[in-house]
Ligand binder design. Structure first.
Ligand SMILES: [Zn+2]
Ligand SMILES: [Zn+2]
Length: 404
């Protein structure tokens, strides 16, 4: 040991430090030793007496409790499935202040040592590796009050859903009066609708992953009275604080489809990552719709449809959503449109339009807010009988159609 280091060590040792705390102040001087071993070596060189953990000026016994902290972590992790973990810790502010008083340029922090040493024991006991980049679980040891908090990485599942029954909202819709607590208005259910696509899909997932909460992220949404057919709408289901992690998704898919039979059907389930949420939420996929329209008097339906093909329409925010959307004019392209069926007082029309096109208003004109509209071009009043999404075109990201 160099002379000037010896001088520093002698000064620091005046504080009466346990071997771990003494050794830690010289952690960067030589590698391959634990701080306890390093402290013991320094003590021998300087011919100093050993200081018990509980008498240590700096840690006040903390470094003698590592085994106990590791036990707490192991106990807490018992109920969880995981492959990798990481340890974090909270240390008394007073200890951290003392640490700042004696630290040298060779010191390691007490937190770092605690994390590493607790981690080593946990890793050995559970036979699982620590992971510094993206652990399944972070166990945070509160060394002041002796408890462990877990931060559990959520699970993300990508899939596509079809909605086969009208009247089901995409997500849970809390009661607008009580906001979920339950009141007379909502019949003490806390929500406006009995079920939702979100709940129909997540119920079995929550059971299988043994989790309490989830969040549903859809690639856009259809109105409550609109069916979602064809290849289905992409979504990501986020499972929060799962106790189980390794679920076979084809089994989950089967269970969901049995449970939601006749209402919702899922396909293409696979594990995903958090960054895919943003991707599917911001994606501007063109959509294909089947619209059944009704009319009292015959108008020029065929001519109107032909005139709209490839046309850019102007849509001011519809009256029916004006209370929750900013009032502005959007320009949308009708990529394709044709008549599938035409009878006396009704017609079925297939429309492919840019993301965000209001299809009901494309038909009715919304009192002139959407123009041109089918009603306007046909010269008669048209009403929407039913509307289904029959396809979502998920082309190459670069090809996505932007609003004009
Ligand atoms: Zn100590
Ligand atoms: Zn209520």
């Amino acid at each position: 040991m160099l002379k000037d280091l010896q001088e520093i060590a002698r000064k620091i040792a005046e504080y009466k430090l346990c071997d771990a705390c003494l050794g830690r102040q010289f952690a960067k001087v030589e590698h391959g030793l634990t701080n306890v071993e390093r402290g013991r070596k320094i003590r021998q060189i300087l011919n100093l007496d050993r200081v018990d953990y509980k008498d240590c000026w700096l840690c006040e016994g903390l470094m003698g409790e590592i085994e106990k902290f590791a036990e707490l972590v192991v106990e807490e992790l018992k109920e969880y499935d995981f492959k990798t973990f990481l340890i974090g810790c909270k240390v008394d502010e007073e200890i951290l202040m003392k640490e700042r008083r004696i630290e040298t340029e060779y010191s390691e922090s007490i937190k770092r040592e605690l994390n590493r040493e607790i981690g080593k024991i946990v890793s050995k006991k559970l036979n699982k590796p620590a992971d510094f980049k993206s652990p399944d679980i972070v166990a945070i040891v509160n060394t002041i009050y002796d408890f462990v908090e877990l931060d559990i990485r959520p699970i993300f599942i990508y899939g596509r859903y079809k909605k086969l029954k009208r009247g089901i909202p995409q997500t849970k819709w809390y009661c607008r009066k009580c906001r979920g607590r339950g009141c007379e208005y909502c019949n003490y259910k806390g929500k406006m609708y009995e079920e939702s696509v979100e709940e129909l899909i997540s119920k079995k997932a929550l059971e299988m992953f043994d989790a309490k909460d989830e969040e549903f992220h859809g690639a856009g949404r259809e109105d409550i009275d609109v069916l979602m057919l064809g290849n289905g709408r992409p979504f990501i289901l986020e499972i929060k604080e799962p106790r189980k992690r390794n679920i076979k998704l084809d089994e989950l898919q089967k269970l969901i489809n049995e449970y939601a039979k006749g209402k919702v059907e899922v396909s293409d389930l696979r594990y995903a990552s958090r960054h895919e949420i943003e991707k599917i939420k911001s994606a501007k996929y063109p959509k294909i719709y089947r619209v059944k329209i009704r009319f009292e008097e015959n108008g020029k339906i065929n001519e109107a449809v032909n005139a709209l093909r490839g046309k850019i329409i102007s849509q001011r925010t519809p009256k029916r959503v004006a209370h929750r959307r900013v009032d502005k004019i959007r320009y949308k392209k009708i990529l394709d449109i044709y008549v599938e069926d035409l009878k006396m007082n009704e017609a079925t029309i297939i429309v492919k339009a840019e993301a965000g096109t209001y299809i009901k208003e494309l038909v009715t004109g919304d009192d002139g807010r959407t123009t041109p509209s089918l009603s306007e071009l046909a010269g008669v009043k048209l009403e929407v009988e039913s509307l289904d999404v029959i396809g979502i075109e998920e082309g190459d990201e670069n090809e996505k159609v932007e609003g004009v």
